[in-house]
Design a protein around this ligand. Sequence first.
Ligand code: UDP
Length: 242
Amino acid sequence: MAALATTPVRARVLGIPVNVSNDVFRDAVALHGAGGGQIVTLNAEMTMAARADPALGAAIEAARMVIPDGAGVVWALARQSHRVRRSPGIELAHRLLEHAAMHGWRVALVGASPAVMDRLRDRLPHDLPGLKLVFCVHGYQPAEAWPGLERQLLQCRPDLVLVALGVPRQETWIQELPEPRGGLWMGVGGSFDVWSGVKKRAPAWMGALRIEWLYRLVKEPRRWRRMLALPAFAWAVLRERR
Ligand code: UDP
């Protein structure tokens, strides 16, 4: 695989790699040009999950790009004197879709509920004229369907594959697919639910106050256990030696 023109600096937050960059879109387009690879969107919850789950840790380690998706990761980087902007994965994924529509990239969508996928398949080409959707499958397939779907997907030679299967499955699923894959492969969590109108993102003012987690907790109280990772992350970062 060809090297990127400029190799992004990699820092580590609690041992988990993250690229230090303020232009993740430019980096992603450069990565596509250099043969492609996996993009991971790192937040505090995922950092803690990766420390406890070797398969997720290995997928992040092997990814070509890891972007600071969460305010906690940006804060932890700042403590190491790396000043970066927060780069929400949902925004990078959408910019890549716009770029794909303009440049004739072949796009694949994997994951979310059947109803969400149906809506996206209709809505995205309407919102982004020129978008070439070459493969779309929802994420609730029976186990025996996946190997065949994976073969079909790879045969489509996609330039961009957005995968909404939730953390950690989306990251490990991408990493376990056979190489060479070509194109950009990115886990996007609940982005399809937001783009289809089924879920809303936290209002911008909550993002500015860095309390998007509170919005998610109120909307999806079942996430409370997962969210205990947030204070644990803050505590671990504060205890980490500079
Ligand atoms: N999902 C899926 N198949 C599954 C489990 C989940 O396609 O077996 C989808 C789910 O419908 C949602 C996305 O994965 O669209 C996960 O969204 P979530 O907001 O939970 O993402 P996370 O916080 O895990 O990144």
